[in-house]
Ligand binder design. Structure first.
Ligand code: IPM
Ligand code: MG
Length: 370
């Protein structure tokens, strides 16, 4: 079974202390273009301050690509992404492409992109800023000290197993398959341990081993890796229990690693802890290829074009891009500190009960990047 390293891309060129990198932008649909624009403004400030060169190339993905090219992900877009150092994505989807009978859907493009980049681990950090404790419906005492990274397996499981639709005995039958191979589990759980090593050294592996065979394999492999990391705490938790604990005792989690669909559901739930989905970034990493960075929120068609979306999830995704793909840790931290500071200083977009527009929030963040 192969070993895992965090994403880093060979073609980044370093010149003394500066670097030149190619970043593909996939703004997508709805509020996607608005928030990606803001993240680029922040990246430009970082580039200027550090003497780095970021070359951007913009491509279509999702509904806009269906409209323009008849496909949610074209070969050209996938190739451009594969040949980049990192990909920054806004969001895909919208009611206009929601016909269940349509041959292609915006989400299909996103899944094909994840698969095509082989980004098998989706990191979703969830932190609660003290100034946003009241923005969450949970009691303040539950929220203090929450600092979780969910590692969601991203290229296997129910999302990618064989699917079938057929007429059977006068009825319509639909089949989805939940399938995992040992190496797919091993590489993502290993990555969870690697992340936990830089944190509180606690890994919670979430499964449904009391029912699902794929979960029994998952647990077996996690247990085996746990034995190789005996200075770590490894706990196994059933997904239904995990869903409950995320709201009853969220501060107890450090790194949570789980199957694709469980991770999709649990991270929407966990986003409630942070006060707004608009705050949360994600990084999807593979084994050395370009990483894919996107906010966890969707395309929010109801507010698209109004300039009122919260850009923080995408700006923090750009910080993760600097950290994991370009190895620019101080620059990543500069963005994260500036975001912390704007929240402390009371800057709020509409999702957080405020009135700042998307670009004004970015202006405030840029002012605080030192
Ligand atoms: C996410 C989204 C996607 C997913 C959709 C848009 C296909 O919900 O990134 O969490 O289910 O992975
Ligand atoms: Mg989701």
């Amino acid at each position: 079974m192969s070993r895992v390293t965090l994403s880093s891309c060979p073609p980044v060129t370093y010149l003394e202390n500066t670097l030149k990198a190619k970043i593909v932008l996939l703004p997508g649909d709805g509020i996607g273009p608005e928030v990606v624009n803001e993240a680029v403004r922040v990246l430009d400030v970082i580039a200027q301050q550090g003497g780095h060169t970021f070359e951007y190339e913009t491509h279509l993905l999702g509904g806009c690509s269906i409209d323009a090219h008849g496909s949610s992900l074209t070969d050209k877009t996938l190739k451009a992404c594969q040949q980049s150092n990192a990909v920054l994505l806004g969001a895909v989807g919208g009611p206009r492409w929601d016909d269940p009978k349509a041959k292609d859907r915006p989400e299909r493009g996103l899944l094909a992109l994840r698969k095509g980049l082989q980004v098998f681990a989706n990191l979703r950090p969830v932190k609660v800023h003290p100034a946003l404790i009241d923005a969450s419906p949970l009691k303040p005492e539950k929220l203090r000290g929450v600092d979780i990274i969910v590692v969601r397996e991203l290229t296997g499981g129910l999302y990618f197993g064989a699917k079938k639709r057929e007429s059977f005995g006068g009825h319509e039958r639909a089949i989805d398959t939940l399938e995992y191979q040992d190496y797919e589990v091993q590489r993502v759980v290993e990555l969870a341990f690697r992340l936990a090593a830089t944190r509180r050294k606690k890994v919670t592996s979430v499964d449904k081993a009391n029912v699902l065979e794929s979960s029994r394999l998952w647990r077996q492999i996690a247990t085996c890796l746990g034995e190789q990391h005996n200075d770590f705490t490894l706990e196994h938790m059933l997904v239904d229990t995990a869903a409950m604990r995320l709201v009853t005792n969220p501060a107890a989690f450090d790194v949570l690693v789980t199957e694709n669909m469980f991770g999709d559901i649990l991270t929407d739930e966990a986003s409630v802890l942070a006060g707004s989905m608009g705050m949360l970034p994600s990084a999807s990493l593979g084994n050395g290829g370009p990483g894919l960075y996107e906010p966890i929120h969707g395309s929010a068609p109801d507010i698209a074009g109004k300039g009122s979306a919260n850009p923080i999830g995408t700006i923090l995704s750009a910080a993760l891009l600097l950290r994991y793909s370009l190895k620019l840790e101080p620059e990543a931290q500069a963005i994260e500190k500036a975001v912390d500071a704007v929240i402390t200083d009371g800057c709020r977009t509409a999702d957080l009960g405020g009135s700042l527009k998307t670009t004004q929030m970015t202006d405030e963040i840029i002012k605080r990047i030192s």
